[in-house]
Design a protein around this ligand. Structure first.
Ligand code: COA
Length: 703
């Protein structure tokens, strides 16, 4: 096995070299290696300075996130080493390249001097994992970069580029060249000029330019996001950096870090970090499968969805041909895209020349022949099986051999659409979420006959689009909408039984959902929601329950299309949802029609359980049937596509925390209380088995 750290002599410079691919994360072996290497440096009095350098693509990108789960995890050995580095009587230099993040930046901050090559980025992204920098970053960074910037970097997790790091005093110089040569030259110059150590821990953290009450305000802001306790903890640590001696600040940081490390929030966010990367991996697919080239894309349909998809590709620099049925629709679609870009430009998010570049990548046509040269064509026409099948058949005929044909259906049978093209191996589902240029999730639907290289190509492509791709098998609604169906069904039943939309939404939002189900449906359009139910009924896929999703269908019949028509579950004053007594009348009438008893005792606890447990149960079925490869994929879908709170780690991770046994018991109770004629409260076999064995989703693997 390669040793992750080596020590060698380069003239008067001791060279400590880290080599732990892929990102030089601080594993236990790396820390041990660092300690031994530093011992070797200390033992050699002939050396004038020490250089810390990393091989490979980056300086240390942080602590090894997987090690944080260990019961006996301790940052102490590493922190002690950093203290020894800083205390060295001979200068210690860090040579930075790539991304010096978290524990990596903390290593650099403990060194006396930092030199970076252009292109280097530095940051403390621990907050994204529900943590804070636990190796004295909270104490050294404010001393070097000032309180305001340090707090901002730690609370946002954002990175600074080399120039910004230089201006902030985080690095001392930025020099062209490779990090090793640049670092050695810098260390040599220190020895030549007899420059001694400079220790951040002895500096005073600057409050210069900060308003009185700065920390009070920072604390108030942090408390506005109670799901993220790291934000407050970071404020307390930075306060300690200002007010307390370094050693006491160290203690504050250590206690706060340990508390956060063990929190459900951080465990959930760590789970998602790996789930996101795992989702990109397709079991059973050969590593060396030859990918198809995607250099040009076609999109059929220039509506909201098609336009958003086109923008996703243009944003990635890929030219797009949009095809519409009429001149008017095409013009409208392109104008909408321009409007979005102009809005971004007005907010300063896009430079005028970028706007022009992106628009130049888009062309429109009324003729399918314009798609003949495209490497990938995505149909994004209305969610109607007959229409989509017709479009797919035309694409099958017009697309060049080797082109990938994708459907953006959110619920329909991808195998049937694939068959309609006459070349099903080329077909895959690419389910974008609205607005497609904003939402991170891309559900990739593998058809029965999708060629492996087609699947691998679109997974890789998702990275270029900066999307999180999750593979789903074919079933009604795939992973996300199939689970959403259970969630929305219960939301409707709660309304019919007497809950109010605002009560349901606020209970869901208190759990952390970005938006409650009623507001979500109003925003997406009741017509969109109702038509998926109607299409499903046409395909014979609805449960036999006559009261199934009757509310959304009734609202649609009444022309209450949601926010866009001024009324849906709510009535609207502009975009502001207001309670609507008429909705209650509609619910009362439907309840009477379907023999559903109205109650006045529905509380928030019941709402959350009834929304979440059927959702979890459907997720379990999806695993059982092999629709999703792994529980983390289900969690990623809901976090990246449905506004599920990341600090809960996704629905299945949350279920593990609640306890699967509890969920099974509560489902049985609801089945008794509400009746279980249609099996809504029957737990899946997997859920029952895991609960009985005292197991969790997180440790479940398919056989
Ligand atoms: N600990 C453990 N593994 C890590 C890691 C870390 N800190 N950072 C990255 N990795 C792993 C990833 O899991 C991935 O493994 P895989 O190939 O088996 O899936 C691999 O390194 C490459 O990471 P990836 O994110 O796919 O590469 P990238 O080039 O897109 O991004 C980074 C590189 C460093 C910017 C990104 O990985 C990152 O932000 N890492 C986390 C940094 C962090 O939070 N540090 C503080 C930790 S306390």
């Amino acid at each position: 096995m390669n040793t992750p750290v080596t020590f060698e002599r380069r003239g008067r410079i001791g060279l400590l070299r880290i080599n732990n691919p892929p990102v030089n994360a601080l594993s236990l072996a790396t820390v041990t290696g660092l300690i031994e290497a530093f011992d070797a440096f200390e033992a050699d009095a002939s050396l004038g300075a020490l250089l810390v350098h990393c091989d490979g693509r980056t300086f240390v990108a942080g602590g090894d996130i997987s090690s944080f789960d260990a019961h006996d995890f301790s940052a102490a050995p590493y922190n002690t080493l950093l203290a020894r580095l800083e205390a060295s009587a001979r200068p210690v230099v860090a040579a930075l390249h790539g991304t010096a993040l978290g524990g990596g930046l903390e290593l650099a901050l403990a060194c006396h001097y930092r030199v970076a090559v252009p292109g280097t980025r530095v940051g403390v992204p621990e907050v994204k994992l529900g943590l804070l920098p636990g190796s004295l970053g909270t104490q050294r960074l404010p001393r070097l970069a000032g309180v305001a910037l340090a707090l901002d970097m730690m609370q946002s997790g954002r990175m600074l580029d080399a120039r910004q790091a230089l201006e902030a005093g985080i690095v001392d110089t930025v020099r062209e060249g490779d990090a090793l040569s640049v670092g050695l030259a810098y260390a040599e110059s220190l020895v030549g000029d007899e420059v001694g150590p400079r220790r951040a821990s002895l500096m005073q953290a600057s409050m210069a330019g900060l308003a009185p009450g700065f920390f009070d305000k920072a604390m108030l802001d942090a408390r506005k996001k109670p799901g993220y306790p790291a934000l407050e903890a970071i404020v307390r640590c930075v306060q300690a950096a200002v007010r307390l001696p370094f050693a006491q600040g160290e203690q504050v940081e250590a206690e706060e870090f340990e508390h956060l490390r063990q929190s459900t929030t951080s465990r959930g966010l760590r789970h998602l970090f790996f789930a996101e990367r795992q989702a990109a991996k397709i079991p059973g697919l050969a590593q060396d499968v030859a990918l198809r080239t995607v250099a040009s894309v076609g999109v059929v349909g220039a509506g909201t969805m098609g336009g958003g998809i086109a923008m996703s590709f243009a944003n990635a620099g890929i030219p797009v041909t949009l095809v519409e049925a009429s001149e008017e629709a095409l013009k409208r679609g392109l104008a909408l895209v321009r409007k979005h870009y102009e809005a971004s430009a007005a907010k300063g998010k896009l430079k005028p020349e970028q706007l022009a570049q992106r628009m130049a990548l888009l062309s429109g046509s009324l003729d399918y022949a314009a798609l003949a040269g495209c490497d990938l064509v995505i149909e994004a026409v209305f969610e109607d099986m007959d229409l989509k099948a017709q479009v797919c058949a035309r694409l099958g005929a017009v697309c060049k051999p080797g082109a990938i044909i994708a459907t953006n259906t959110s619920t329909l049978d991808v195998n049937a659409l694939a068959a309609a093209t006459g070349r099903p191996a080329d077909v895959v589902g690419l389910h974008f979420f609205s607005p497609a240029h904003v939402m991170r999730l891309l559900e990739v639907v593998r058809g029965e006959k999708t060629a492996p290289e087609v699947l691998a190509t679109v997974m890789k492509l998702a990275g270029r689009l900066k999307k999180v791709a999750v593979v789903s098998g074919v079933c009604y609604g795939f992973i996300g909408n199939r689970m959403a169906e259970a969630y929305l069904r219960e939301a409707e039943f709660l309304l019919l039984e007497g809950a109010e939309p605002q009560q349901i939404d606020s209970a869901a939002e208190a759990l952390g959902m970005a938006m409650g189900p009623c507001r979500m449906l109003d925003m997406a359009g009741i017509d969109v929601g109702a038509k998926t139910v109607i299409e499903r009924a046409k395909a014979g896929g609805l449960p036999a329950d006559p009261s199934y999703r009757v509310l959304v269908r009734r609202l649609f019949e009444l022309g209450r299309l949601g926010q866009k028509s001024g009324a849906g579950y709510y009535r609207y004053d502009g975009r502001k949802p207001l309670p609507d007594p008429e909705l209650r009348n509609i619910c009362e009438a439907l309840a009477a029609e379907h023999g559903i008893a109205r109650r006045s005792d529905i509380n928030d606890g019941e709402i959350v359980e009834r929304l979440m447990y059927p959702l979890v149960n459907e997720g379990a079925r999806i695993l059982e049937e092999g629709i999703a490869y792994r529980p983390g994929d289900v969690d990623m879908v809901w976090v990246a596509g449905y506004g599920f709170p990341d600090f809960r780690g996704g629905p299945l991770f949350m279920a593990d925390q609640i306890g699967l046994e509890t969920i099974v018991e509560r489902m049985a109770d609801y089945g008794i209380g509400r009746g279980n004629a249609f099996g809504y409260w029957t737990p899946s076999e997997l859920l029952v088995r895991l609960a009985a064995e005292g197991k969790h989703f997180s440790t479940w693997r398919p056989h």
